[in-house]
Design a protein around this ligand. Structure first.
Ligand code: FAD
Ligand code: UDP
Length: 396
């Protein structure tokens, strides 16, 4: 093969044009450093990729709502796009009956007819006493125990167990407790899916954020799409002194300590001749039988489209194997132990490579955490003082 990678003097090779890789490339460019970003997909933005058709902005890899308490990250992302004030309010469909999510006074009323916080708490406590009588003072050790201890057995059985087991392909008793703690439990009538102070979606979608970064990088960032790192691994590692890698960490090391487990997804998009198909942006199907977990109707995320058409996406969970996209790490004890071996190997034998992002660090990161981690990596790499605020840095 002719050497297509050494034609210019790059400071960094960046594997993956997702948010972690793109933020690093952009900030490196601001510091005069030149990067080559390689991306195996045909486009940039990673799982944040969006496109617009029939005036409707579609998120290609599932609904992405930006939510954070991190003011620097919130100010930073809004330099590249303007955000609407979208608040996610998910409806759950359990065998034809509808409930509000996350778990709040509306859900408790729909489930039990309870009207006050004390009534709802008493109901949860009585179910918990029966189902978790053997737990005593011990902390919940898995998702099932954690869920029942937070909201009782009725909600667990109808809104959590079926959804969780199809999403993760494992019994809830074999999943880590922290996953269910992502969802708020509130004793007020409030259907906001997140607790964070800053929430929204960029008007026109997420891809523009990374396009804007490229255009501000003044030619210091080149992107090669449709290029898989593993087709050129040895050549690239020999060529580039410093590498940022945001792919799967176990694949980087040729699975030498064993495969980490991931969960995959399949998205089925449909254009429908209707003004309004389901009346909400997201409806979750929480029974075990429906093969998809949720249905998104994109026009409801921004209310901008007014044509007589709508686009919906059904999200089907699926088992991961090496031919499928890895969307979620499965952060249970077994995988955590394996990951630690890879992280140690990376630290000890590859100080020239930075491992970052959801797959490089094998962490269930949300976008704001990826933004924060990427900016902190820039801080370390370029000795940027802790007090420096990236959101206020408007120099080119
Ligand atoms: P990614 O976005 O996955 O980007 C990594 C890139 O690297 C990809 O483009 C990939 O193709 C490329 N790559 C991998 N291996 C190679 C290789 N060998 N060679 C070349 N390129 C490679 N977060 C929120 O904050 N709010 C949400 O509402 C939300 N919803 C989500 C819904 C779903 C269904 C999913 C899956 C995730 C959601 N997230 C959400 C999380 C969000 O997608 C991630 O936090 C974020 O995309 C991670 O960024 P990243 O750069 O680490 O990885
Ligand atoms: N969950 C559930 N029922 C729902 C929605 C979520 O049981 O209707 C559980 C499920 O285990 C899921 C977890 O809560 O994996 C976190 O949900 P979230 O919506 O944050 O998942 P993500 O958007 O990351 O897929």
């Amino acid at each position: 093969m002719t050497n297509k990678f050494n034609t210019k003097n790059y400071d960094y090779l960046i594997v993956g044009a997702g948010p972690f890789g793109m933020i690093f490339a952009y900030e490196a460019a601001k510091r005069g450093k030149k990067s080559l970003v390689i991306e195996k997909r045909p486009y940039i933005a990673g799982n944040m990729h969006t496109h617009t058709e029939h005036g409707i902005t579609v998120h290609d890899f599932g609904a992405h709502i930006f939510h954070t308490d991190n003011k620097e990250v919130w100010d930073y992302i809004r330099r590249f796009a303007s955000f609407n004030g979208y608040q996610n309010q998910v409806v759950a469909n359990y065998k034809g009956t509808l409930y509000n999510l996350p778990f709040n006074m509306n859900t408790f009323y729909q489930m039990w007819g309870t009207k006050t916080p004390d009534e709802a708490k008493a109901k949860i406590e009585s179910q918990k006493q029966v189902a978790l009588k053997d737990l005593g003072d011990k902390q919940p050790s898995n998702l099932e125990e954690q869920a029942i201890s937070l909201i009782g057995t009725d909600i667990y059985e109808k809104l959590i167990k079926g959804y969780t087991e199809k999403q993760w392909g494992r019994p809830a008793t074999e999943l880590p407790a922290f996953i269910i703690k992502r969802l708020p439990v509130r004793f007020i009538y409030d259907n906001n899916y997140f607790n964070h102070r800053y929430q929204g979606i960029p008007v026109g979608g997420y891809t523009q954020i990374f396009e804007q970064m490229l255009s501000e990088a003044d030619g210091l960032v080149d992107v090669l799409t449709d290029t898989d790192f593993f087709d050129h691994k040895e050549e690239l590692l020999a060529e580039f002194p410093r590498v940022l890698y945001t792919g799967m960490i176990d694949q980087f090391f040729d699975y030498k300590f064993g495969e980490l487990e991931y969960r995959s997804l399949r998205f089925e998009h449909e254009l429908i001749d209707s003004e309004n198909y389901q009346g909400n942006a997201v409806i979750n199907y929480t029974d075990a039988q429906t093969p998809y977990t949720r249905v998104m109707e994109w026009k409801h995320f921004d209310g901008l489209a007014d044509e007589g058409k709508t686009i919906i996406t059904r999200e089907y969970p699926q088992e991961w194997n090496r031919s499928k996209e890895a969307y979620y790490p499965v952060n249970n004890d077994k995988n955590t132990q394996i990951y630690k071996q890879y992280a140690k190997e990376a630290r000890q034998n590859h100080p020239e490579i930075i491992f970052g992002g959801r797959l490089g660090k094998y962490r269930y990161f949300d976008m704001d955490q990826v933004f924060n981690d990427a900016l902190n990596t820039v801080r370390e790499e370029f000795n940027v003082p802790e007090s420096f605020n990236f959101a206020h840095d408007v120099t080119k």
